[in-house]
Write a protein of this length. Structure first.
Length: 120
């Protein structure tokens, strides 16, 4: 969805077109993913408010690197490092709910080396 959304939205923006239909379809797709795979919290749903897009994308399994995985207190924490673009270091916390692992929260390492909560 990401690369297709990026291309369609950029074409519409460059031509002065209306992006509301493009955003509406993307919002529906993202909501379905969040409902299935993330705890229903305000911050986790924040991506639905601002459907920005970037190149390279925020998540890119081909270039992002998994720095560590830790299991503590019934939660799994992944540290993911971008190797292109903003070079963001993110921390994803997952927890099991009804037999399924779901994203509890996402954080990023800020310029003061502190973890800050972020939208998914």
């Amino acid at each position: 969805m990401g690369k297709r959304f990026f291309a369609r939205k950029n074409i519409a923006l460059e031509s002065g077109g209306d992006v509301s239909e493009i955003d509406g379809h993307a919002r529906k797709d993202i909501l379905a993913i969040l409902e299935k795979w993330a705890f229903q919290e305000k911050t986790n749903q924040g991506r639905l408010i601002d459907l920005g897009c970037s190149d390279p994308p925020t998540y890119d399994p081909e270039t992002d690197v998994e720095d560590s995985v830790e299991f503590t207190g019934g939660e799994v924490v992944f540290i993911i490092r971008q190797t292109l673009g903003m070079l963001t270091i993110s921390r994803f916390t997952m927890k099991e709910k009804a037999g399924k692992w779901m994203v509890k929260k996402k954080e990023f390492l800020d310029f003061n080396d502190k973890w800050q909560r972020s939208v998914l």
